[in-house]
Design a protein around this ligand. Structure first.
Ligand code: CDP
Length: 210
C-alpha cells in the first residue's frame, strides 16, 4: 500500500505524514529532506555541477517508528538541523527546479519505495514518483496559517516566513519539470483550522476505505 501526500510549504505534510505512517505501521519517506541535502551540498561546494552533487550524495533518512522526526544523514554526517534553515529551504527549491537533480533523486526514491508499505510526502509523489499510489492526498492550508505554523516551529517572524514561503511556492508551482500540482485523482484536504489528529484520522479513514 502506498500513500502519497503532496502540497505546498507549511501545509503540515511532514507532521501529518509521519503520524499517519506511525498509526498505520507504514514507513515514512520525507522526499523534501533529499532535495534539502542536495541544496546543502550545493552551498558547501558552490562550483560543482548540481546533477553530480545529487547523484553522489549519500542520503540516509532514519526511520521514525514512534512518529518522532527522524535524523537526516548526508555523506555520513548528521545534518538534521542544518537542512531546516531558511537558507537551505530557499536553496532546495532552486536545486529542485533542475531536471537532472530531480531525475537522480526520483531514482533514489523509487529504489527505496520498491518494497513495503509507505507514506511518502513531497511535491511530486502522486504525480511523478508513485503515480500508481493507492491513495493520493493534496494537503493545503491558508497561506497565512501555513506561515504562522512554520514561524512557530522555527521561532521566526511570521511576515518574513510568509514572504519566503510565497516565493518558494511560486517557484515550486511555476517550474517546468514536475511542478507542484494536484494529481487529478488526489483528495484535497484543507488543514486550516484542523488539528493534526483530525487530519491524520481523515487520512487513515481514507486508507481503510481502500
Ligand atoms: O517542509 P516544506 O514543505 O517547507 O519543504 P520540503 O518538503 O522539505 O521541500 C523543500 C523543497 O524541496 C521544496 O520547496 C521543493 O522545491 C523541493 N521538493 C520538490 O521539488 N519535490 C519534492 N518531492 C519534495 C521537495
Amino acid at each position: 500500500m502506498f500513500v502519497a501526500i503532496d502540497g505546498p510549504a507549511g501545509a503540515g505534510k511532514s507532521t501529518v505524514a509521519r503520524a499517519t505512517a506511525c498509526e498505520l505501521g507504514f514507513t515514512y519517506l520525507d522526499s523534501g529532506a533529499m532535495y534539502r541535502c542536495v541544496a546543502l551540498r550545493s552551498l558547501w561546494e558552490p562550483h560543482r555541477e548540481l546533477a553530480e552533487l545529487a547523484r553522489e550524495a549519500r542520503i540516509e533518512l532514519s526511520g521514525t517508528p514512534s512518529g518522532e522526526p527522524g535524523r537526516v544523514l548526508l555523506d555520513g554526517r548528521d545534518v538534521s538541523e542544518e537542512v531546516r534553515t531558511s537558507a537551505v529551504s530557499e536553496a532546495a527549491s532552486v536545486v529542485a527546479a533542475d531536471p537532472a537533480v530531480r531525475e537522480a533523486l526520483v531514482a533514489k526514491q523509487r529504489e527505496l519505495i520498491a518494497e513495503g508499505d509507505w507514506v511518502a510526502e513531497g511535491r511530486d509523489i502522486g504525480t511523478v514518483v508513485a503515480p500508481d499510489a493507492e491513495l493520493k492526498v493534496f494537503l493545503t492550508a491558508d497561506p497565512r496559517e501555513r506561515a504562522r505554523r512554520r514561524a512557530a516551529e522555527l521561532g521566526a517572524d511570521v511576515g518574513t516566513v510568509l514572504a519566503e514561503q510565497t516565493m518558494r511556492d511560486e517557484r515550486d508551482s511555476a517550474r517546468e519539470h514536475s511542478p507542484l500540482e494536484t494529481a487529478s485523482d488526489a483528495v484535497t484536504l484543507d488543514t486550516s483550522g484542523l488539528s493534526v489528529e483530525e487530519v491524520v484520522a481523515r487520512i487513515v479513514e481514507l486508507v481503510r476505505a481502500q
